[in-house]
Design a protein around this ligand. Structure first.
Ligand code: ZN
Length: 346
């Protein structure tokens, strides 16, 4: 590790804005502004020197890298209105502007990470993004924040971006946007079968992107040991071979034991362990560049604890060890599939 890394080890960029709380549901909904109270508590408790970034509204140019112009126009027509786009996905009078602000702010964070000197960033964005498709809002998501961020990194000239999505739901939107694109490696761990239904082992990319989508579907109930196995046997070797120039984490905390929407059983420290493992690869391949973007996580205690652990793993490299792998059919299948897809891709 270089001395520059040591000096900067406790600094990180922070994306947050009071307006991210203005996106609010008409009645109880799990994706609610109180989630940010929990996330901000984690940030306040973290042993990190934060550099706050000025939020920036996403330009059309930044959004059309991953969304269609027709979709932008459709959302603009909803601007200022309230309602449900689908049974899961609400908007209020602020939502479209808030979503623009979230997507633009993560793009700015990526620009700062590329320009330096601070290579780590944390974005407390709402609404979340990874289910948003090129031309469709879905699963609480309007604009696909992590996809906008990855596309920004590419537009700035970085050759390869790795997106690791440990939200308990598969990031169907992100996968789709880069499915034929070898310059963005999409990796997801998720409960399966589960919402949104995608993320099977054999979804590995298409055309030039064949082999650059890596899904690790998990049977309900898995916890720290199976995630550690997934990372050590499947995910970390693939990212190491890919040698990304930027790492982005779609950080959902809904694989937590406490989460009300899903059935995985991660403890708090697993989020720190996973983030630390990714940070080590970022130091090896990516000049330390790693950004964490908030996705899901609906239990406020689990969200605060998981995010705090992830920040310490990612920024300070201090994370508790978690349980070592047990024998698990899911992992055998995922490892075999990843080896097959990866050997075809290279
Ligand atoms: Zn989720």
């Amino acid at each position: 590790m270089s001395s520059a890394h040591v000096e900067a080890r406790s600094s990180a960029l922070l994306v947050d804005d009071p307006r991210f709380s203005d996106h609010a549901p008409p009645a109880y909904h799990p994706e609610r502004p109180e989630r940010l109270v929990a996330a901000r508590a984690a940030v306040a408790r973290a042993d990190v020197v934060w550099k706050p970034l000025s939020p920036a509204r996403a330009s059309d140019d930044a959004l059309v890298r991953v969304h269609t112009a027709a979709y932008l126009a459709q959302l603009e027509r909803m601007n200022g209105k309230k309602g449900y786009i689908d049974p899961d996905t609400y908007v209020n009078e602020h939502s479209i502007e808030v979503a623009r602000l979230a997507a633009g702010s993560v793009a700015s964070m990526v620009t700062e990470m590329v320009n330096g000197p601070i290579a780590r960033g944390v974005a407390l964005v709402r609404p979340p993004g990874h289910h948003a498709r090129a031309s469709q809002a879905m699963g609480f998501c309007l604009f696909n924040n992590v996809a906008v961020a990855a596309a920004q990194a590419r537009a700035l000239g970085l050759p390869r971006v790795a997106v690791v999505d440990f939200d308990v739901h598969h990031g169907n939107g992100t996968q789709e946007m880069f499915y034929g694109d070898a310059s963005v490696l999409y990796v997801s761990t998720h409960q399966f079968p589960f919402y949104p239904g995608t993320g099977a082992l054999d979804e590995t990319g298409t055309g030039d992107g064949k082999g650059f989508t890596l899904n690790v579907p998990m049977t309900a109930g898995g916890g720290d040991a199976v995630y550690r196995g997934a990372f050590e046997r499947v995910i970390l070797p693939v990212i190491d071979a890919y040698a990304p120039s930027m790492n982005l984490i779609s950080a959902g905390f809904d694989a937590s034991l406490r989460d009300p929407l899903a059935e995985m059983t991660l403890g708090t420290s697993a989020f720190g362990w996973m983030s630390r493992a990714l940070r080590k690869l970022a130091d090896k391949h990516s000049s330390g560049r790693i950004g964490l973007l908030l996705e899901g996580g609906y239990d406020l205690v689990a969200l605060e604890g998981g995010l705090l652990s992830a920040i310490h793993g990612m920024v300070n490299l201090d994370a508790e060890e978690i349980a070592r792998e047990v024998d698990h059919d899911d992992l055998d299948r995922a490892e075999a599939s990843a080896k097959r897809a990866w050997s075809q891709a290279l």
